[in-house]
Design a binder for this molecule. Structure first.
Ligand code: ATP
Length: 320
């Protein structure tokens, strides 16, 4: 391996820059040429590729977003688009591609690997919905943004004895809701992985208020539905429930990455480069129980992320 390229794709996440920095610096350390592809697969198809040097990734470890920028690219979902991307990489003599992104970006990397491009996936998404890694890059920061917001909501909710419904991101995965819910002491956590009954949720809210609770926080993963609809349904169950909705939206994707995300990104970025040098390819890089692991990217994209039911039950036990 002599020349590698790196791109960031799909929804951006905090820590993508730290991962990019690690790929570039590690590649240069091991004597490789490193190229940056702008705007994900869109930039690849537009041949928007430039050589990176040590300074091109300076002063970014602490920054959210991605200096390579990101994009969603419909053309790349077609076989013709994928072939064009592979041809462009081959024309540049690139013999290793690191894709930093979420599930969709991994699908794209998998398609390229089937066309003979040596690929490595780095899980860059706040959603934590990639299999064979305990954590994705950006998840920890997103959870801390949610927890910070819930802390603020608690102040005003308890003054008015209200319930707060907080809609959080995560696509079809409930991990942001679960981890933020546990960390913020939410009373109810609604996730797509666990069925719920809104009558029971409403009954519990009323019981807890009767027991002297001053406020309650209900975290709703976007995969369950809109927070606004949950508020309407709750009011239908029990007219006396005074609930307000807060949709955190893209705030969850912004801000400086936590030290955890920076270190995860640094370890995984370096691991991807070393793995390519060692002859590995077509793998997703992950961390499981603290150990760096490689898994066939085809297997990663075809396996649904396991939901931590024990953690969910713990959150329930502690939220009475
Ligand atoms: P996040 O989930 O954090 O938003 P993501 O990587 O899943 O990130 P997507 O928009 O789903 O975001 O995917 C990013 C890009 O990857 C798409 O715009 C498209 O170019 C490419 N892609 C997605 N799915 C496929 C697929 N099945 N085959 C080829 N390319 C794909």
């Amino acid at each position: 391996v002599k020349k590698i390229a790196v791109l960031t794709s799909g929804g951006d996440s905090q820590g993508m820059n730290a991962a990019l920095r690690a790929v570039v610096r590690s590649g240069l350390y091991y004597g490789l040429e490193v190229y940056g592809i702008q705007r994900g697969y869109q930039g690849l198809l537009e041949n928007d590729i430039t050589q990176m040097d040590l300074r091109s990734v300076g002063d970014i470890i602490q920054r959210g977003g991605t200096i390579l920028r990101s994009a969603r690219c419909e053309e790349f979902k077609t076989p013709e688009g994928q072939q064009k991307g592979a041809d462009i990489l081959n024309q540049h003599g690139i013999d290793g591609l690191v894709v930093i992104g979420g599930d969709g970006s991994y699908h794209g990397a998998n398609k390229l690997s089937k066309l003979g491009i040596k690929t490595m996936g780095l899980p860059g998404t706040i959603d934590n919905d990639i299999s064979f890694t305990d954590y994705t890059i950006g998840f920890d920061t997103a959870v801390s943004v949610v927890v910070d917001a819930v802390n603020k909501l608690r102040d005003t909710m308890s003054s008015h004895a209200r319930s707060s419904v907080v809609e959080v991101m995560g696509r079809h995965c409930g991990d942001i809701a679960l981890h933020a819910g546990l960390a913020s002491g939410a009373e109810t956590i609604l996730v797509p992985e666990v069925e719920y009954n809104l009558d029971e949720v409403a009954a519990r809210l009323r019981e807890n208020f009767a027991k002297g609770k001053r406020h309650s926080i209900i975290i709703v993963a976007e995969g369950v539905g809109r927070g606004e609809d949950i508020v309407c349904d709750l009011k239908e169950c029990h007219a006396s429930i005074d609930a307000r909705v807060t949709v955190l939206g893209h705030i969850q994707r912004g801000g400086a990455p936590t030290p955890f995300d920076r270190n995860l990104a640094s370890r995984l970025g370096d691991f991807a480069v070393r793995s390519l040098i060692n002859g590995e390819s077509d793998k997703g890089c992950g961390i499981i129980k603290g150990e760096l692991v490689l898994t066939d990217i085809d297997k990663v994209v075809n396996t649904k992320k396991e939901f931590d039911r024990d953690l969910y039950d713990l959150a329930l036990r502690l939220s009475q």
